[in-house]
Design a protein around this ligand. Structure first.
Ligand SMILES: [Fe+2]
Length: 459
């Protein structure tokens, strides 16, 4: 079979390596603007980034009971995650094998038998075909009746701490190896309750007119806080003044972004393109978890892990999952729709069995900052779309500037904090007001390696 080779033969204007200038020794790292606007590149990245390895699908708390299902996508492929009657999770392409009709049309639900709306073939929650309509009337050959008409499983499905990932091909690394040392950060969420985490009811979904990588960058980007979220910072400052004036008033505060951008912070990059930001929260007593800190120690969670639970932190899992613990704990799932259209779905994540006051605080802080209705998200989205309307519309300019701030602070391997918790990042960067942009390189290098391998080069 001929190997499928992309590149100039497919009309791409340049080889994959030429979409980057990666010369850290010369102080340069640049990304070509076509990564954010070229539809042909988009097709390739859907195939070789999203559809070729692990992507996040859902959290187990979204499908807790037998016959629960949840529909989602791996790249452009529709997928359904099902819990069967034995309690096992499975994932299948969400299409009837007969004609390919979409089978589960709702976002989520509970169904012991799902009927295809076209010719009424029926499937149980283990994906097994339990009825071919009118089979008893005959007219099928014995060969056809003997073929497999079950749902088509995806290649791999694995969970870590209840977070479910899937891959279309079967030959991908074990999930634990894919997540690597970033598992420590998932543990800082999962260990907040002996019962694990849960996604709270309700989800918010919206689209924006810009590339999906804008969202990847923005979530790790602390440099933008003091400009884009100046409004939020002013509101928080105003509340503090009013609280001082009215002692005894409700003091459910969100993180003070003014403080967050001026204290020690840092970033890590890991194998497979995962990246981490951490900060310092001078107002950690306002956090939902604060009242439970003694209980955490009492039930054996080590002090270092507890300390990390109170650091603002962002974990970006290549390619489509983001944990954001700043104003509250949010899970963000990225679904690219085209080179310049992206769907975001967001959830509030919480420890199961959280005390009532903590849960109230979490929800109020969550709705304050996040979501299309919060004080922060619309300002971010306006920036992404202005980049599409502005800089990306200018074809004569090839290179995006940036990815440079923090360069003087980057070290290969772990820094002191990483060594303390025993993790091995590829790069570390930390300092006061460092607002590091070099962390994005980890993501882009993984993107480049995946695309390079897919276009016939060595990874
Ligand atoms: Fe932002």
């Amino acid at each position: 079979m001929d190997m499928k080779v992309y590149g100039e033969a497919q009309g791409l204007p340049r080889e994959v390596d030429n979409y980057f200038v990666d010369e850290p020794e010369a102080g340069r790292f640049n990304v070509h603007r076509d990564l954010f606007r070229d539809e042909q590149l988009f097709e390739l990245e859907m195939e070789h980034v999203f559809e070729a390895s692990w992507v996040f699908l859902c959290h187990e708390s979204q499908v807790p009971d037998a016959d629960d299902y949840l529909t989602t996508f791996i790249g452009r492929q529709p997928v359904v995650v099902l819990r069967d009657q034995a309690g096992e999770l499975n994932a299948f392409l969400n299409v009837c094998p007969h004609r390919g009709t979409r089978l589960y049309t709702a976002r989520a639900g509970n169904s012991s038998v799902q009927m295809c709306p076209y010719h009424a073939w029926c499937f149980d929650s283990a994906g097994k075909n339990v009825k071919l309509k009118d089979e008893e009337l005959g007219h099928y050959t014995p060969e056809y009746a003997g073929e497999n008409h079950d749902l088509i499983p995806i290649g791999r499905l694995q969970s870590y701490q209840g977070f479910v990932f899937g891959a279309l091909p079967g030959d991908v690394p074990e999930l634990e190896d894919y997540l690597g040392d970033t598992r420590f950060f998932i543990d800082t969420f999962a260990q907040q309750s002996e019962q694990g985490m849960e996604i709270l009811p309700g989800e918010v979904s919206y689209t924006y007119d810009a590339n999906w990588k804008m969202q990847v960058e923005n979530t790790m980007d602390i440099y933008h806080l003091t400009t884009v979220h100046a409004t939020f910072a002013k509101i928080v400052a105003g509340r503090q003044e009013r609280e001082l004036a009215a002692a005894g008033a409700d003091k459910v505060k969100a993180v003070d972004l003014n403080s967050l951008s001026s204290v020690a912070s840092g970033t890590y990059t890991f194998d497979h393109g995962h990246t981490v930001f951490w900060g310092t929260d001078p107002g950690q007593e306002n956090r939902a978890l604060w009242a439970s800190r003694d209980d955490l120690i009492a039930r054996g969670v080590d002090q270092l892990t507890v300390d990390w639970m109170f650091r603002p932190r962002v974990i970006n899992y290549f390619p489509n999952l983001q944990f954001v613990d700043s104003a509250s704990l949010q899970l963000r799932v990225i679904r690219p729709l085209s080179a310049q259209k992206t769907e975001m779905t967001m959830f509030c994540l919480a420890p199961k069995g959280e005390p009532k006051e903590g849960r109230r605080r979490r929800l109020r802080q969550y709705e304050d900052f996040y979501n299309a209705t919060g004080i922060a998200t619309p300002d971010d989205v306006a920036c992404y779309e202005d980049i599409s309307r502005g800089g990306l519309a200018v074809k004569s300019e090839e290179w995006i500037q940036g990815f440079a701030r923090g360069m003087e602070k980057v070290v290969a391997g772990p820094d002191e904090l990483a060594s303390e918790i025993g993790i091995q990042p590829l790069h570390s960067c930390s300092g006061v007001r460092v607002q590091d942009e070099t962390v994005f390189r980890g993501f882009y290098r993984e993107w480049r390696d995946r695309m390079r391998a897919a276009t016939g080069g060595e990874k």
